[in-house]
Design a protein around this ligand. Structure first.
Ligand SMILES: [Zn+2]
Length: 416
């Protein structure tokens, strides 16, 4: 993988057809990445490869710049071994979070650390052209903030607020995003930035981020619920993200909570999204103003962030809205626990910053509504990554691919 057959010039290395990697190369690279620091002898011991094979592979990795020698380690008798280190800074990745009402871009290193971050509100669902320009602007901005060489960019992950069919990842769901009919943001961004762009559903990527870097790191079976303008879920089963046959798994927002409830954008009635989505919360708070004239929200225009702030400050109206949302959410989460029995449910997205204000009433509803065993087994926690989780997960998609097929690292340029 690491040694392209072309001479080292300033060329777009990713476009060169490289020979397939030897099966053992990804294994050695992954081990080095996981351990951060390791000696050749330890690699040989752990992979059961011969010392000379390991030595050849390490030479390639050193030349690629993905790995560096960082001095001598502890001796176990005999010469002190040279310690090898995975260089997290050898490449960067763009993680783009395209929400229904915002766009955010994270630039991460090869360890999920955010090097630069931009976030902007925008009516994404209604304005595809504006959203594409905004993403372009934010990408340019984070790259500028970072200030490094662009040939170290692995590519971009793009999280979209739509189910994504793994067989046709560039197509968005028209039902969810009618204004985007015929527009593929993945294709547009690939052309604009001339870099690989991988697309997946936002909740799946939130789950991926938690699995790699967050509250799901040591948990094989967990559910991640993203609470934002819309609401979606991502699942990790056996440590792998589960997407379903056509990528529709996790559309928890359209689970019926009350079949005679309010009409949902999907055409059905009483979906969870009609109780917990941003619009639903604002609408409910507005209704309640009549009976709560002393509320901090009275007499002002407010969005969901102000509503959350009011709840955090103890405003009774805002707390009631959050409590009602927790109740509806609890019905859905209880169903999810009974069906799938995850050991953890991670609450992510903007609303998760309410922390225990949301989690405590949610836990109560869940306790009442679940079979004793599944409720006892599951912990409900807030996301460790907060509002940046989805963007970090989008970047992680590229890292995951490159670690399993190192040809996706822009390696020949990383060494310079
Ligand atoms: Zn619905």
């Amino acid at each position: 993988m690491v040694k392209p057959r072309t001479p080292r010039r300033r060329v777009a290395v990713r476009k060169v057809e490289l020979p397939p990697p030897r099966p053992s190369v990804p294994g050695v690279l992954q081990l080095t990445w996981r351990e951060r620091q390791i000696s050749r002898a330890e690699i040989a011991r752990r992979t059961e490869l011969s010392r000379s094979t390991v030595s050849d592979i390490v030479d390639e990795l050193l030349e690629s710049g993905l790995v560096a020698e960082v001095g001598a380690g502890e001796s176990r008798g005999g010469r002190r071994p040279i310690v090898l280190e995975f260089r997290d800074e050898a490449g960067v990745i763009l993680g783009i979070d395209l929400g229904a009402a915002h766009a955010a871009v994270a630039l991460t290193d090869l360890r999920g650390a955010v090097l630069a971050w931009e976030h902007r509100k925008h009516p994404v669902r209604e304005d595809p052209a504006g959203a594409l320009d905004l993403m372009t602007e934010l990408v340019e901005s984070v790259l500028k903030t970072w200030g490094g060489r662009r040939d170290r960019l692995l590519g971009a992950g793009l999280a979209v607020p739509s189910p994504v069919d793994p067989g046709h990842p560039d197509d968005l769901c028209e039902l969810v995003l009618p204004a985007w009919k015929g527009i593929s943001p993945g294709q547009v961004l690939r052309k604009r930035f001339r870099t690989p762009v991988l697309v997946d559903n936002d909740a799946n990527l939130g789950a991926l981020a938690e699995r790699w870097w967050g509250a799901g790191r040591d948990v094989d079976d967990f559910a991640y619920i993203k609470l934002a303008t819309g609401i979606g879920a991502g699942f990790s089963f056996g440590g792998q993200i589960y997407r379903g046959a056509k990528g529709i798994a996790g559309e928890i927002g359209h689970l019926a909570i009350d079949p005679s409830g309010p009409l949902c954008v999907c055409g059905l009635r009483g979906c969870l999204a009609t109780f917990v989505g941003s619009q639903a919360l604002i609408q409910r708070a507005t209704e309640l103003l009549e009976t709560h004239p002393g509320s901090a929200l009275a007499g002002r225009r407010f969005g969901v962030t102000i509503l959350e702030d009011a709840a955090l400050a103890g405003d009774p109206l805002a707390l009631r809205v959050v409590g009602e949302a927790a109740n509806a959410l609890g019905i859905a989460v209880a169903g999810l626990l009974n069906l799938l029995n995850p050991s953890v449910v991670i609450m992510g997205g903007g609303l998760s910053r309410l922390g225990d204000l949301l989690l405590e009433p949610l836990r109560q509803v869940v306790r009442v509504r679940t079979l004793v065993t599944s409720a006892e087994a599951a912990r409900l926690v807030a996301s460790a990554l907060g509002a940046r989780g989805v963007a970090i997960g989008a970047a992680t998609l590229l890292l995951q691919r490159a670690l399993s097929d190192p040809r996706h690292f822009p390696v020949a340029t990383a060494a310079r």
